[in-house]
Write a protein that binds this ligand. Sequence first.
Ligand code: GUN
Length: 280
Amino acid sequence: MIIDGKKEAEIIRNEIKKEISVLKMKNNKIPSLAVILIGDYVPSQIYVKNKEKNAKEVGINSQIIKYPKTVSEKEVLNKIEELNKNINMSGILVQLPLPNQISKEKIINAIHPSKDVDGFHPVNVGNLSSGYESIIPCTPLGCLLLIKKIEPNLSGKHAVIIGRSNLNGKPMAQLLLKENCTVTIVHSKTNNLQSECLKADILVAAAGVPNLVKKDWIKKDVIVIDVGINKVGEKIIGDVNFDELKDKAKAITPVPGGVGPMTIACLLKNTLKCFKAHLT
Ligand code: GUN
């Protein structure tokens, strides 16, 4: 079975759109999202445009704030401070990667945790790993929603995650632990990737290595989620060899059209969540 991330994302967007229109009638307010884009890295420009388009479609007031790649850290921090104080701004996102003169850590720490739609602030990371209510990073949240669509009860399943990044691998592990999975994180220094992956009932590939996962790396009937977005020539391909795995896996996400649309849908979800938290 091929998992249709586009369709699932559309279902989520429609739910969000409905909820926003009800909230608008009740409160005469709509959610607002500020996206800070620094420099001219083309993939970031495409992602940000897509985020804005999707936000507008569901009734979120989205604003892109652009800076040249030479902007100072101070100027960006001042803007974040202004957005933190703005009671009409529900969420703030600073698109990564950042130019070298700007510290990712300082930027992430500057965003108020209640407006941190990426869920990257240490307060949100800590809340998630403690099992408390938190804002969850968009990509792993999107992956979890797709996995649960196939298998609502994950208790006791062995989940293997390839990649240990703060954006994907680590929060994915926390979410799957919360679902009572047995979780293994493997990474570039793991001794035998293949033998670890062969233990998986659920395999999440977020390594950033094109076609890393081969047919003989999985058991039969595994749920395979491919987070990879790798440009090879003119083509975008995932971390999983889709053609080899698609008939062996129980369910698998394609690239594109799998995790990508879910990431944006979850960003809208998080923006709505921040908006509602500020209403009360
Ligand atoms: N760059 C690539 N993915 C992401 C993401 O999820 N959030 C932000 N802020 N930047 C990114």
